[in-house]
Design a protein around this ligand. Structure first.
Ligand SMILES: [Zn+2]
Length: 492
């Protein structure tokens, strides 16, 4: 996978105890949130509904789901009477799923100034904040908790989290990741550039003090800087993930990293001529090409990751964008893009699709297929796989829609629909240390869940048919949220 195109594309010596600070108590909703509420908080009974609980279990048919304020009250079997005092919603023909836990979900867009039809653009590449549109898109798509997984404006993201938690703005629960921990050679310009391990430590300590929930190392970081950052994050009881390149997966495991982004796409351990602490121009392409699932190299890497409890985040939607003729073109997605974003995306989409049948196109398809197989084998070996769309790349991966697409692509990888849903819900909650409160539909957990028309256990694409998204027991109208950002994504 050509990273240049794509862009964004534990060694537990002393197992740290991680804080789980993401969820806030249910707020009183303000005037900017109220218009999107279709089901106010209260005692709600959703009757005749199919429940996919997020654990990977088979769906429960014709159940009654009780919501008591901010919590899930109970799941009653078919035929059980609705207790007195509950407001009823008829869920016939619908399915309830736990709110998605998006583990690679940015709050910015990727702009290429003066992009032309040949794919050429001018420097500097910048990533403007989507603080208005992205939270609405995520919530509309069923995402009730998300990690920002690399921030360009951490203060903005922290303010957004505070405003959402206070009920002043609409959006999911946020795990705010600190600024990209990146050295010279950054892909976009809005980065602090690390200069030393001491600098990395200072940066992590500062942002931990400001209240970020997690950290992410990026493509041009040295092993010494990464080690310093991991140790400092752990000292603050925070976890650190990486989209790496200069540091290989096995090196990062040895340094004690908690999570690796982008499945197996950005590992550089088999890139010819790989120099220590340097991101090779090949950026992992030869490694993923050589990592045939089932090969000794692949098996050894998977064992290493599982043995050290390093989670992997699957971000298939952004990689799908590099495979010719693979990603669908959907009217609902085009409707939310700004005119400029739409034009840029269609240019880049054309360039990918024109590679169908070429050597480059075949190579992208092969890398993609290898990654699908590796993600499956990682889970089969006991690894914790999580999901996130990474809404960057060519602009075709959009918050919310991308989270739904990730589930569809996990099914393409060979997971059953309910397994894919578990990866997109309970597994993320488990990593965040929040599995006792979110990630599945069970009595006592947060009423963070969503209703879709149809049956995603039989046809995973039905996750696209979102009707209502409950967060802390308040139901939001998906269509109203989408209407409010028509033509805005890419703009602000
Ligand atoms: Zn990313």
């Amino acid at each position: 996978m050509s990273y240049k195109h794509l862009a964004f594309a534990a060694l537990a010596f002393a197992a740290p105890v991680f804080a789980a600070p993401v969820l806030a108590p249910p707020p009183t909703l303000g005037a900017d949130v109220q218009p999107f509420v279709s089901e106010p908080s209260g005692q709600i009974a959703i009757t005749h509904v199919r429940i996919i609980d997020g654990t990977g279990a088979a769906p429960v048919e014709d159940a009654t789901l009780l919501i008591d304020g901010a919590r899930i009250g109970a799941v009653l079997p078919s035929g059980a009477p609705v207790p007195a005092g509950y407001r009823t919603i008829d869920g016939t023909g619908e399915t309830a799923l736990p709110g998605l836990v998006g583990m690679h979900n940015h709050l910015f867009y990727l702009q290429r100034p003066n992009l032309d039809a040949s794919g050429r653009s001018e420097q500097p590449i910048i990533v403007p904040q989507m603080t208005f549109s992205a939270p609405r898109l995520y919530l509309a798509g069923g995402v009730t908790t998300m990690r920002t997984t690399g921030s360009v404006e951490p203060d903005t993201d922290l303010s957004l989290k505070r405003e959402i938690d206070a009920g002043h703005l609409v959006g999911p629960h946020l795990d705010v990741t600190g600024p990209y921990l990146e050295g010279a050679g950054a892909f976009f310009i809005q980065n602090h550039l690390l200069t030393s391990p001491a600098d990395a430590r200072r940066e992590v300590a500062y942002w931990a003090g400001q209240g970020v929930n997690s950290f992410k190392a990026y493509m041009n970081i040295t092993r010494a800087e990464l080690k310093a950052a991991i140790d400092e994050a752990h000292r603050h009881h925070l976890k650190l993930t990486g989209h790496l390149c200069s540091v290989t997966y096995p090196e990062a495991v040895a340094l004690g990293i908690d999570n690796l982004e982008h499945g197996f796409f950005v590992n550089t351990q088999l890139d010819p001529g790989k120099q220590p602490d340097k991101c090779p121009d090949t950026a992992g392409d030869p490694t993923i090409a050589a990592m045939t699932p089932g090969s000794p190299e692949a098996n050894a890497l998977i064992k290493l990751l599982v043995d050290h409890h390093v989670a992997i985040t699957s971000t298939l939607p952004v990689f799908e964008q590099s495979v010719p003729l693979h990603s669908p073109l959907q009217a609902r997605q085009m409707a939310v893009l700004s005119q400029q974003a739409k034009e840029s995306y269609l240019y880049l989409r054309n360039l990918t699709n024109m590679r169908a049948g070429t050597a480059r196109g075949e190579q992208e398809a092969k890398a993609y297929k290898n990654d699908l197989g590796l993600e499956r084998e990682f889970v089969a070996a006991g690894g914790l796989l999580m999901a996130g769309p990474d809404p960057t790349g060519n602009g075709g991966v959009i918050p919310g829609f991308g989270d739904q697409r990730e589930l569809e692509l996990l099914v393409e990888a060979g997971f059953s629909p309910v397994e894919a849903i578990r990866i997109g819900t309970l597994n993320g909650a488990t990593y965040l240390g929040l599995a006792d409160r979110i990630g599945s539909i069970a009595a006592g957990k947060n009423a963070d869940l969503f209703l879709v028309k149809g049956n995603p256990a039989a046809k995973i694409n039905d996750v696209e048919n979102v009707i209502t998204v409950f967060k802390d027991g308040v139901g939001y109208d998906s269509a109203k949220l989408l209407d409010s950002v028509k033509g805005r994504y890419g703009q602000y």
